[in-house]
Design a protein around this ligand. Structure first.
Ligand code: SF4
Length: 255
């Protein structure tokens, strides 16, 4: 049995194209874990482009609910956030991906009655360092079809474009601390995802039991004090404006 963990990004879409073209076998199951915080662009691409593209093959990409996760934003033991947020001492370790994606997909597969399977993960050659040396569960064997075929991210993009599909946005949670400047700009400019990210940023700081000064943005500034450069500046004062580091391309909300 082959199960495919669809992540929603360039690598996953390239796998979808390779399946449709017959270069990869048709998986028995396909699933994406809903972290309940995924950027809406990921869902728009899945519903508007990827699912219709694969439907003629009878492939349905199921959505594994976030209810299958046993934790949400916080570690149940000490209330520290599971996300790799920034502190004065550096970045916290990130457990969210394992808890919200890997474990949720595995529980969903069990719910589907899977006893043993190969689980396709969409790492490309450039991510070979992320390959797990051992399986997380003895019944779920990780497989990397892109790496097996020496396909890197650039080749993934070419595969997608050659198939006539648009490139997907980078899949990620809207509050993900791993976002680079361009990605933060895109998220904060979104009228739905932007305010959600700002609220989450405030929440993790307020709930931080160790008062480490948690921030989702690498500059360690509140997201509320950062706006994409193309947005008109507001007139309210922001006490952080002088702290904006030179490398940040954002502008303070204070003109
Ligand atoms: S996208 Fe970011 S916040 Fe979401 S699960 Fe992955 S590492 Fe965590």
């Amino acid at each position: 049995m082959i199960a495919w963990s669809y992540g929603g990004g360039v690598q996953s879409v390239a796998i979808g194209v390779l399946i449709r073209e017959g270069a990869l076998p048709k998986p028995d199951l396909a699933v994406i874990a809903d972290t309940s915080r995924e950027r809406r662009t990921t869902w728009e691409y899945l519903r508007g482009i990827m699912q219709p593209f694969l439907s003629p093959l009878g492939i349905e990409i199921a959505v594994a609910s976030h209810e299958l996760a046993r934790v949400d934003l916080y570690n149940s033991k000490n209330d520290l956030t599971l996300m790799p947020a920034y502190t004065e001492e550096g970045r916290l370790p990130g457990y969210c991906s394992g808890e919200w994606k890997r474990d949720v997909c595995e529980r969903w597969l069990r719910l589907m009655g899977v006893k043993e399977c190969d689980l396709w993960i969409g790492y490309s050659m450039d991510e070979i360092g992320r390959v797990s040396k051992k399986d997380h569960r003895p019944w779920c064997h990780y497989a990397y079809p892109l790496i097996d075929n020496f396909i890197n991210r650039t080749m993934c993009k070419r595969i997608i474009e050659t198939a006539g599909l648009p490139l997907p946005h980078k899949s990620r949670c809207w509050q993900c601390p791993h976002q680079n400047e361009e990605e933060w700009q895109e998220t904060l400019a979104d009228s739905i995802d932007g305010p959600l990210a700002i609220a989450c940023d405030e929440e993790v700081r307020q709930n931080d039991p160790e008062k480490k000064g948690l921030y989702l943005h690498y500059s360690r500034l509140p997201l509320a004090c950062l706006l994409p450069k193309w947005r008109p500046a507001r007139k309210t004062a922001c006490p952080c404006r002088l702290l904006v580091p030179a490398r940040a391309v954002f502008v303070s909300i204070n003109p």
